[in-house]
Write a protein that binds this ligand. Structure first.
Ligand code: SF4
Length: 234
């Protein structure tokens, strides 16, 4: 019997998680990273929590929404590490859905197994290599992330790279360094997502951190000049 993915919850309708599509988001349980700004710390343990729902319940939902929703986005946590994810994606495709993925790019081997099924990927690129441990709380991640990006660049799957920014962890110069590296690799779509505190994993990041408006305008203009498609998400 195949293993079903561990599901921690579902957003039944979203217009912002898969570009230009009406989608739902299915959240999987478990993530190997420890980003201080993580807004979903309850999704980090690989054991299911109180709000867990079964893949069977998700399937019932997907059956009911056929023809109403266009896509299913698997998010987390880190979905690529779920043993049953490929089978779950195949089922969603059989039901007529496009499949999206949000991933922090922690395992190139796991991403490679899914690539042929994916219509769109949002790949987190957390920081320039030397700051990866500071942002993710884990070492040895930049190499895997870079390999995941190479796989996407070699594939025909549409994707964006995005970086969540807390101004206590990353400075404008760090982001420009990262952006130039991504541009040289061939990334076309890039987004910055600003952390505004709240329920962050690291209590020290729960108050918002601000950037000088002039610095912000300058950084935004430079990033718009680097990428054909750039979004600043507040
Ligand atoms: S923000 Fe970091 S720790 Fe939280 S789920 Fe995403 S990759 Fe994992």
């Amino acid at each position: 019997m195949s293993t079903a993915p561990q599901i921690s919850g579902i957003t039944p309708l979203t217009t912002i998680d898969f570009p230009d599509h009406l989608a739902c988001v299915v959240y999987t349980q478990g993530c190997p990273l420890r980003c201080g700004y993580c807004q979903n710390p309850h999704l980090i343990p690989f054991e299911s929590g109180d709000g867990a729902i079964s893949w069977g319940q998700v399937l019932d939902f997907l059956q009911q929404r056929r023809g109403l929703l266009e896509a299913v986005v698997f998010s987390g946590g880190e979905p690529t590490l779920q043993p049953g994810l490929r089978a779950a994606m195949l089922t969603a495709i059989e039901l007529g859905y496009k499949v999206g993925l949000h991933s922090a790019g922690v395992s190139a081997r796991h991403l490679a197994e899914l690539l042929g099924l994916l219509d769109w990927v949002g790949l987190d690129v957390k920081a320039p290599d030397h700051l990866y441990p500071q942002v993710t709380g884990r070492t040895h991640q930049p190499g895997q992330n870079r390999r995941c990006l190479e796989l996407l660049l070699e594939s025909s799957t549409a994707f964006e790279c995005r970086t969540t920014v807390d101004w206590r962890l990353l400075q404008p110069d760090d982001l420009l360094q990262l952006a130039q590296q991504l541009q040289q690799q061939g990334v076309q779509h890039y987004a910055l997502q600003i952390n505004h505190g709240g329920h962050c994993l690291d209590p020290r990041l729960r108050q918002p951190a601000l950037i000088d408006p002039g610095q912000k305008a300058l950084l935004k203009a430079r990033l718009e000049g680097i990428f054909p498609h750039f979004e600043w998400r507040e």
